[in-house]
Design a protein around this ligand. Structure first.
Ligand SMILES: [Ca+2]
Ligand SMILES: [Ca+2]
Ligand SMILES: [Ca+2]
Ligand SMILES: [Ca+2]
Length: 590
């Protein structure tokens, strides 16, 4: 059978799925979910995905700077992230690509790389009305400073414009959006420069005071002193075991443009080798929780307690190590409900021969590995993954997976001839019974091998199908337009918080159609080093209307919209009080 025939056989023979409904009230107040089976129609779409690389056509010519030194510095291979956000509120997503900076071979201890020439600048690309992009880096003030790695965009001061936090080796930067895609470096006043080697970061309102706080992963304690790793004739990048761990940086937003570092106060100062971070209220107690993907040490699940401090519960929750009790090279992570039961699940990427981790949330504070039951084990065993996001690329109401891939060792093919340094992306379809790798039948981009690292997702052309931008180590960024052929319906929510943070980050949204319910946590966290479209997207399958959309805002306010017409973006403002809105108060965005 051809891959397409095999795929169709799996899809067409699969029995209809059942959905299980957790009520909005249960989402809001937590206790045991109310289970109520709802008929789920068979797959509305049996078509594979189709993603097209439109980078050149879009006029984007970015090249990431990363050296391949003879010293095989760890930083050589870690890449930089990418962000999708709308810097001028014109309704079109813009792209920010993070870049490295030069260093010598060898580099002396204590050296902090600087961007000494335009080829090292981070780049801001503004999307024009015709869908092409213009490079506005100089005007934007976002060219960056040092060897930059991660990016997280959000409106931290609730003025209606998305701001940008950039992480890197030797210090981080906060850029305040002046409202027109120009930015002011406010790092010093804000007090968020940090230090050491920062990787992924995320904006999240930890204490629900309406102000986004900032959680910053740091990777390892490292200073250009890598030992010789690998055989004498094939020096390779060192395993992170060679470097000590380091704590996260956690900045509380004081509301006056300044921040206070509180990792220790909040119980978030457990030594980590952190590369990925994702947010969800996994136990539905109304307080947001954090998952930190660690490289080759136990993974961290930080549960927020009633007093606002955190306890690390990875081990007792069943997510700190794999099924064999071993650690793995956790890199990217996403925390979202893939089986539509109302409880956020987990995916974590790692290196080849480890297989990616996938966990189903059992609803009692614990997780069960689902790598075997879903087919995930065989599918991912030979791949090395970085950024990862659950996204419903075919709008059938089930969240699929898109993964940026490539090994960390540029020497891997010498030692392991069956593995590859450069790898194509992976697209995995959620059939509701399990996952199927549809990469090979979903377009040429899934045959092009890259050193994939960062990835952000979002609807770049506002056609209701989620697109992606992928960054590569030492290579270009790739804009992947989703052209999946489907008649499925969709809806996109543009949340605006008023009591809550303006982006609505941390809001839990439950959407119900005749076929069942789905849940999404609003977030810009994106896998590895990256920042995604803050808008909330749902596939509606063959339903043209969402019967009910329930939103639990971070403030605790509950909002219910009924009979919401799909195939459009709608603006949703946080109301002053909880309640059902009988008439849909929302307006089409455009
Ligand atoms: Ca824009
Ligand atoms: Ca806060
Ligand atoms: Ca919680
Ligand atoms: Ca899907």
């Amino acid at each position: 059978m051809s891959p397409l025939q095999r795929y169709l056989a799996v899809v067409l023979l699969a029995p209809p799925c059942l959905g299980i409904n957790l009520t909005l009230e249960a989402v809001a107040q937590s206790p045991a979910p109310v289970s109520r089976p709802a008929a789920r129609s068979p797959h509305e779409s049996a078509d594979p995905g189709r993603f097209v690389d439109v980078t050149q056509k879009a006029g984007v010519h970015f090249l990431h700077w990363a050296p391949h030194t003879s010293r095989k510095y760890l930083i050589d291979t870690m890449g930089s992230g990418v962000a999708l956000f709308d810097c001028d509120n014109d309704g079109r997503l813009d792209i920010y690509a993070v870049n490295g900076a030069p260093y010598t071979d060898p580099t002396p201890k204590g050296f902090i790389p600087q961007k000494t020439a335009p080829e090292y600048w981070n780049r801001m690309y503004h999307q024009k009305a015709d869908g092409t992009f213009e490079d506005i880096t100089e005007k934007s003030g976002l060219k960056g400073a040092g060897y930059d790695m991660g990016v997280s965009a959000a409106d931290y001061d609730n003025d209606g414009y998305e701001d940008v936090f950039v992480t890197g080796y030797g210090g981080n930067r906060l850029y305040h959006n002046n409202g027109d895609c120009t930015f002011t470096d406010v790092t010093e006043k804000a007090g968020v420069a940090g230090g050491g080697w920062s990787s992924s970061a995320t904006w999240v309102d930890l204490d629900n005071d309406g102000l986004l706080d900032l959680v910053v992963d740091r990777y390892v304690t490292w200073d250009w002193d890598d030992p010789w790793c690998g055989p004498s004739d094939n020096r390779g990048i060192c395993h992170p075991d060679n470097f000590p761990p380091i704590t996260l940086l956690v900045y509380h937003n004081n509301g006056d443009g300044t921040f206070t570092e509180e990792a220790a106060k909040l119980g978030l100062n457990k030594p980590a080798k952190a590369l990925g971070i994702s947010i969800a209220d996994y136990d539905r107690d109304g307080r947001i929780d954090l998952f930190v993907a660690n490289d080759s040490q136990p993974e961290f699940l930080f549960h927020q307690k009633k007093d606002g401090t955190f306890e690390e519960v990875g081990l007792e929750s069943g997510v700190s190590v794999n099924e064999e009790g071993k650690t793995y090279a956790g890199m990217g992570v996403d925390f979202a409900d893939y089986n539509n039961d109302g409880w956020p699940d987990l995916v974590i990427t790692d290196l080849a021969n480890q297989r990616y981790a996938l966990y189903e949330n059992a609803g009692d504070g614990t997780f069960n590995s689902s790598v075997l039951s879903t087919g995930f084990s065989a599918m991912t065993m030979l791949h090395s993954g970085w950024s990862v996001r659950f996204l419903d690329y075919d709008n059938d109401g089930w969240k699929d997976l898109l993964i940026a891939q490539g090994h960390d060792l540029d020497t891997i093919e010498k030692s392991n001839p069956n593995l590859r340094y450069k790898e194509p992306m992976m697209l995995v379809r959620n059939t509701c019974k399990g996952f199927v790798d549809v990469s090979s039948i979903s377009g040429d981009v899934f045959h092009d091998a890259w050193v994939g690292r960062g990835m952000a997702i979002g609807d770049i052309d506002n056609d209701g199908r989620i697109d992606a931008v992928v960054s590569t180590n030492g290579g270009p960024i790739h804009i992947l337009r989703n052209e999946t052929a489907t008649t499925n319906h969709w809806i996109t929510l543009h949340l605006t918080g008023h009591k809550s943070n303006r982006d609505g980050i941390g809001a839990e949204i439950k959407l119900t159609t005749a076929h069942g319910s789905q849940w999404v946590t609003a977030t810009t966290s994106s896998g590895y080093l990256s920042s995604s479209d803050p808008r909330v997207h749902f596939g509606l399958g063959n339903s043209s209307v969402a019967d009910r959309i329930g939103i639990r805002w971070p403030s605790g306010i509950l909002q219910t919209l009924t009979n919401v017409k799909g195939d459009r973006q709608i603006q949703v403002d946080e109301p002053a009080f909880s309640g059902t809105t009988a008439r849909n108060p929302t307006l089409p965005v455009r």
